[in-house]
Design a protein around this ligand. Structure first.
Ligand code: ZN
Length: 456
């Protein structure tokens, strides 16, 4: 069996791994690169193998950095099965067509304003490509063992993190090659902890927070203070949030604060992201998959103003009295939140509250690191609003959480391969694993292939 690292090596986005066994080629995750331009350019580079030579794809979860390259793969000729959990399939139905639409919008915008070096600028893929990709989805039941051909089986187990997120086990009859996907937190306020993984001969492990611990600060109180301070000076709180998961957490926290009379009950709360609205509906439909009760969901629903059309979204920008606006994307790398940032960021009365990891090169990362100006749609926007990052709300386990999850692996893995992190985070996690368990852990480079030998 061979394992090649085609993405998320040396960085947090672009997850793609190729498993080859008996001539069968399985692509594990099919993610888009996001963030720095150098990374985004990689989305345009051809994969080392032609799309039509891939036999199957399996997705750990629906986040775009794990699923967002799939329509591009389909555009290049892939027409095999896409295995994943039902939750991932449901979320991809929301996320992928939107990703295609955004690719088309970006190309249209670049053509109109002439910022692309390519004439005409073409989308990486279209909404139509995304819809074709969705037809290939084959949801698997959680915890079941699924034969996918040529002696390979797959098993998905819940990983917390977001709805439908899973860890993955690929078994070839001898070796169990496991993938953590993105690992959730034991103490996530809305998601359940990741299930333990009792065995992994080779383990591909994420390291987003490989060198950090989540702070113990009470995020609810911090948010309370920010909202009250901003409302008192007549400002608007803008929360850029991942449409899936963090947007629902933001709504839940605001609903708790209102119920406890810690913030003004009459403060309007807008959810301005068609994707986040659909993801919130999925939360209501799958009460077994998260910690929110039916009453929590009903309270959120009753207390939220859903902004669906572009006209309503634009009208929201003309609002001058205190309010809370939650809008995607979470790292301000695209989406409707950009229009709000353009209007709200220059005003010192307003506050901008990020929720969790900000990938290098994103506007979110620049702003939480104190940038006084960011470029949006080709124009410089001054940042006079207060900028906060509630990192304690991240959907990723910190290194302690990852180590705790690893204690369930009973037999020492032959090797732990650390990916999905900035280089310092990945190296640091390798050291933690070595110190705590004495296991062999390494950080593979992009494009490398490792041989998984058969035991004697
Ligand atoms: Zn994720």
């Amino acid at each position: 069996m061979q394992l090649s690292f085609l993405g998320a090596a040396g960085t947090v986005t672009g997850s793609k791994y190729l498993v080859t066994f008996n001539g069968f080629r399985l692509l594990v995750d099919c993610g888009l690169y996001q963030g720095l331009k150098d990374y985004r350019r990689r989305n345009w580079q051809p994969l080392p193998i032609p799309a039509e030579d891939i036999d199957a794809v399996v997705l750990t979860h629906a986040h775009i950095d794990h699923s967002g390259y799939l329509p591009a793969l389909v555009r290049q000729g892939y027409d095999g099965p896409v295995y994943c959990s039902q939750g991932t399939r449901d979320l991809c139905r929301v996320l992928l067509p939107d990703a295609g639409y955004l690719q088309e919008e970006d190309a249209r915008f670049a053509n109109k304003h002439g910022f692309s070096r390519h004439k005409p600028a073409l989308p990486l893929y279209t909404e139509e490509d995304a819809r074709r990709a969705l037809k290939l989805f084959r949801p698997l039941s959680l915890d079941s063992i699924n034969d996918i051909g040529n002696g390979l089986t797959l098993r998905l187990r819940p990983a917390g993190h977001i709805l439908g997120a899973c860890t993955l086990e690929v078994f070839n009859g001898r070796h169990l090659l496991a993938f953590s996907g993105d690992l959730g937190r034991a103490d996530d306020p809305i998601m359940y902890p990741p299930d333990p993984m009792p065995r992994a001969d080779y383990l591909v492990l994420e390291s987003t927070y490989g060198d950090r611990l989540h702070t113990e600060t009470d995020s609810l109180s911090t948010l309370e203070q920010i909202i009250n301070k901003t409302a008192k000076r007549g400002g608007i709180v803008l929360m850029p949030a991942f449409a899936v998961g963090r947007a629902q957490l933001a709504l839940h926290m605001i609903s708790q604060l209102k119920r406890q009379n810690r913030i003004p009950r009459e403060l309007p709360v807008y959810l301005n992201s068609p994707m986040a609205i659909k993801a919130t509906e999925l939360f209501y439909q799958h009460p077994e998959k998260h910690r929110l009760t039916r009453e929590d969901c009903e309270r959120i629903d009753a207390g939220t103003l859903y902004v669906r059309t572009m006209e309503e979204s634009m009208a929201l920008n003309r609002r001058t009295f205190p309010a809370i606006i939650i809008s995607a994307s979470g790292m301000a790398s695209g989406g409707r939140v950009l229009h709000h940032l353009t209007t709200l960021a220059p005003n010192h009365r307003n506050s901008i509250v990020f929720m969790g990891f900000q990938a290098p090169g994103t506007r979110g990362e620049k702003m939480v690191n104190g940038a006084r100006e960011v470029k949006i749609h080709g124009r410089q926007v001054t940042i006079n609003a207060d900028v906060h990052n509630l990192e304690g709300l991240s959907a990723h386990a910190d290194y302690q959480g990852i180590l705790d999850w690893l204690t369930a692996v009973h037999q020492p893995p032959r090797k732990v391969l650390i990916t999905h992190g900035e280089p310092t985070a990945s190296v640091s996690l390798a050291e933690h694993i070595h110190t705590r368990f004495g296991w062999s852990a390494e950080v593979p480079e992009l494009g490398t292939t490792i041989e998984i030998p058969d035991p004697d």
